[in-house]
Design a protein around this ligand. Structure first.
Ligand SMILES: NC(=O)C1=CN([C@@H]2O[C@H](COP(=O)(O)OP(=O)(O)OC[C@H]3O[C@@H](n4cnc5c(N)ncnc54)[C@H](OP(=O)(O)O)[C@@H]3O)[C@@H](O)[C@H]2O)C=CC1
Ligand SMILES: O=C1O[C@H](COP(=O)(O)O)[C@@H](O)[C@H](O)[C@H]1O
Length: 507
């Protein structure tokens, strides 16, 4: 999806961004809305209102956002006059989210827009703020009846959704007491990624894969979400999170659901969510006494990344000198259902790893080898499908081929589908897709309350065990590696290895 060819657009919409003065809005949200505008997806009547306690005039705020577009967006201001058309729709409302009386400013803006547009607009409240502020904002929005129109008002809640199962349940019960479930959009930006959405197309729009997508043919599945950055300036947040909370509870388990779910009968929001919930419910809960067998944690030491010296996690700003927070996590999950019984799902994620890559590997079982001479191949587990989510966007099907020559010698080769080679249009950013969905009232790619809670249930035994038994070996991996040695052992003891993509060939 790039330019809007079918011209299906949302109706008049006003978006209030709590945390308008914050990092997420400048880097991701406004750039996404601007790209939607450039591609013709914004409604004729729209308004974007950033809120925060910082002082900004409308012009200063617009300039701050334009800087964000030029620094972070996939498209900069090309000086064609588009920004000048977009900018008048953007304004800033200085308010304290804790103060109920400040919400009157929001009511006034909606009233004025209604009068100017001659219709009641859809109203989106995007909560791009620290999680502690969410209950206050939700309560105040409710108190001032700003979401009373259940069909046209929505609240988008950023991650992290809770700190653990209990706090997620509390937050869910608060939100669902104030709003209808279909007004609550719990965002997970991985679900907006083009390559993640394509998993459903690959699996269910082809007759080829589904018959072999099960325990009879699949040996195991891997999901790697590796980053080459450290915690950057988010040490304060990360100290309350760690890799398991930050990446596994949400993004990785959501991707795992896309790989493991049953075929939906429609793309209706609840149908997809039900199928994902079934997967989450079927994930085997790891016993606390067995956490060591199934999960590995790590924390980066000081070292070198791409020729530059980097600090250890414990030296980062906002991080305790003896911190026991995990910057790396790897887990072996099992899904106890008919399709996946006994098929391990290995997942790993971490900061300061060797490569920036998010990769799903479907490793098929061995082919029977009796017909070939023993020396024909080094590997009989050659068949695998790798789905590169980012930064490469491709799908590779690996199979054995006969090496040219007079002997029957086999070697694995890849059949590659690459987004860049097949499509001219640039891929939309995840936030573009998700913001458009939210404006259109399509909650399919957002998480329902039970999904979030079940995902917490899955990781709670690991979290609680880790928290009750501080690690003795932290920091335990060097920047630029694939994490702690125990993560290699986690998979090697099952006779398998982590898969990475071959380095890109230079032109
Ligand atoms: N940044 C990112 O890349 C990502 C962020 N997120 C999530 O998004 C949320 C926001 O993150 P981020 O933008 O980085 O955080 P920032 O710290 O940059 O921004 C926080 C925002 O909250 C506002 N705020 C804080 N207190 C109040 C208050 N009492 N009343 C009104 N506004 C208030 C601040 O405005 P002011 O100071 O002007 O009052 C600021 O706009 C977090 O939950 C984070 O986990 C999720 C994924 C990625
Ligand atoms: O939500 C988060 O995601 C980013 C990684 O996102 P990606 O789209 O770049 O893969 C991660 O860096 C951050 O810690 C986490 O909060």
């Amino acid at each position: 999806m790039a330019k809007n060819n079918n011209k299906k657009r949302p109706s008049s919409t006003v978006i209030f961004i709590f945390g308008g003065s914050g990092d997420l809005n400048q880097r991701k949200l406004t750039p996404a809305l601007y790209n939607l505008f450039l591609d013709g997806f914004m409604p004729d009547n729209f308004a974007i209102v950033g809120t925060g306690r910082t002082e900004y005039s409308d012009d200063k705020f617009r300039k701050h956002l334009l800087d964000g577009i030029n620094d972070f967006s996939r498209r900069k201001d090309d000086k064609s006059g588009s920004w000048e058309k977009f900018a008048p729709n953007v304004s800033y409302l200085r308010m304290d989210a804790d103060k109920a009386e400040d919400y009157k400013g929001i009511a006034k803006i909606i009233q004025d827009l209604e009068a100017a547009w001659g219709e009641h607009p859809s109203v989106l409240f995007y909560l791009a703020v620290a999680p502690q502020l969410v209950p206050d904002i939700a309560t105040n929005l409710h108190k001032l009846k700003l979401c009373k129109d259940k069909a046209s008002s929505r609240i988008i809640v950023e991650k992290p959704f809770g700190h653990d199962l209990k706090s997620a349940q509390e937050l869910n019960s608060l939100l669902t007491s104030l709003f209808e479930e279909n007004q609550i959009y719990r965002i997970d930006h991985y679900l907006g990624k083009e390559t993640v959405q394509n998993i459903l197309a690959l699996r269910f729009a082809n007759a080829l894969f589904e018959p072999i997508w099960n325990r009879n043919y699949i040996d195991h599945v891997q999901i790697t979400a590796a980053e080459t950055v450290g915690v950057e300036d988010r040490g304060g947040y990360y100290e309350q999170a760690g890799a398991l909370r930050d990446m596994v509870q949400n993004h990785i388990l959501q991707v795992l659901c896309m790989v493991a779910m049953e075929a939906p009968v429609s793309f209706e929001a609840n149908e997809i969510r039900n199928k994902k919930s079934d997967v989450l419910n079927a994930i085997r809960k790891i016993k606390k006494t067995e956490v060591q067998k199934y999960a590995v944690r790590g924390q980066y030491a000081a070292g070198w990344m791409k020729g530059a010296k980097v600090k250890s996690y414990r030296e980062e700003k906002g991080v305790a000198p003896e911190s026991t927070i995990d910057t790396f996590a790897a887990v072996k999950f099992y899904i106890d259902n008919w399709r996946w019984q006994d098929v391990p799902f290995y997942v790993r994620t971490g900061k300061y790893l060797m490569e920036k890559t998010t990769l799903i590997t479907i490793q098929f079982k061995e082919a029977p080898k009796y017909a070939f001479p023993p020396e024909a191949s080094e590997t009989w587990r050659a068949n695998r499908l790798t789905i590169s989510i980012q930064p490469e966007m491709d799908i590779r099907l690996r199979f054995q081929a006969k090496r040219p020559g007079q002997t029957m010698s086999l070697n694995p080769v890849d059949m590659v589908f690459s987004y860049n080679d097949n499509y001219d249009e640039p891929q939309p950013e995840a936030y573009e897709t998700l913001l458009l969905d939210a404006m259109m009232g399509n909650a399919t790619q957002f998480m329902r309350d039970d999904q979030v809670e079940t995902a917490w249930e899955v990781i709670m035994p690991i979290l609680e065990t880790w928290e009750s038994r501080p690690p003795v070996d932290f920091p335990n991996y060097a920047p630029g590696t694939w994490g702690p040695e125990d993560a290699e052992a986690l998979i090697a003891k099952d006779g398998r290895t982590w898969v990475t993509l071959p380095p890109k060939k230079k032109d």
